[in-house]
Design a protein around this ligand. Structure first.
Ligand code: ZN
Length: 207
């Protein structure tokens, strides 16, 4: 293992109660951190470079997210984006099948794909907003590496999605550079949203 990796590993520790992996950046100036999953207040001691978390207290009053809105909202984007891509792939299969002409059926599938993508984008914004509210309420706006990572990835994802939607308004469907970039931006967004959801899973299940 190289030095950088070793150092990165040394900066991490695992909550002894729920096994969520936390980072030294999550610890406040008093050497304390509240585990975002189980609410244990951990004091992190250093022993020869090894971080040893000790359960110090438990956060008793913890506001819960309202109606699990964040997890509900995420399905609009995480669920519709693959459907949008599928619709566009079907449009292209029909396009090739019809000998390279965009006839009614392929136009309709392409259009459905575009609108599903638009709904994913709006759903994504709602998801981001509910996630932000949860962070301020449930986690009291404390900085956690995992949440910072999710926020950063979300911003990158929105940029790719916005670029995709913009490209779609610029290009006629078909084999063109702009239209290919439209498709690529969507695939990148889908990968990013999967990663954001994957990190979100740690905040639900621990690790
Ligand atoms: Zn925990």
């Amino acid at each position: 293992m190289n030095k950088r990796k070793l150092k990165a590993r040394q900066n991490r520790f695992v909550c002894p109660i729920c096994h969520l992996e936390l980072h030294m950046h999550d610890v406040d100036e008093n050497g304390l951190v509240v585990c975002p999953v189980c609410g244990a207040v951990l004091e992190v001691a250093d022993s020869n470079g090894h971080k040893i978390p000790v359960v110090h207290d438990v956060e008793i009053k913890r506001p819960q997210p309202m109606f699990r809105l964040h997890t509900i909202a995420t399905h609009f984007s995480i669920g519709l984006m693959p459907l949008s891509l599928l619709s566009q792939v079907i449009a292209f299969i029909l396009y090739i099948y019809d000998g390279g002409a965009f006839v009614q059926k392929s136009v309709e599938f392409e259009w459905i794909g575009y609108w599903l993508l638009m709904i994913s984008f709006i759903g994504g914004l709602a998801t981001f907003l509910t996630g932000y509210v949860d962070w301020k309420r449930k986690y009291r706006g404390r900085t956690y590496t995992i949440i910072t990572k999710k926020i950063r990835l979300s911003i990158v994802m929105f940029v790719f999605l916005a670029v995709a939607l913009l490209l779609r308004t610029m290009a006629e469907p078909g084999f063109s550079l702009i239209y290919s970039l439209y498709f690529v931006s969507q695939v990148v967004s889908l990968g990013l949203i999967a990663a954001i959801g994957h990190y979100g899973g740690f905040l639900v299940y621990g690790k």
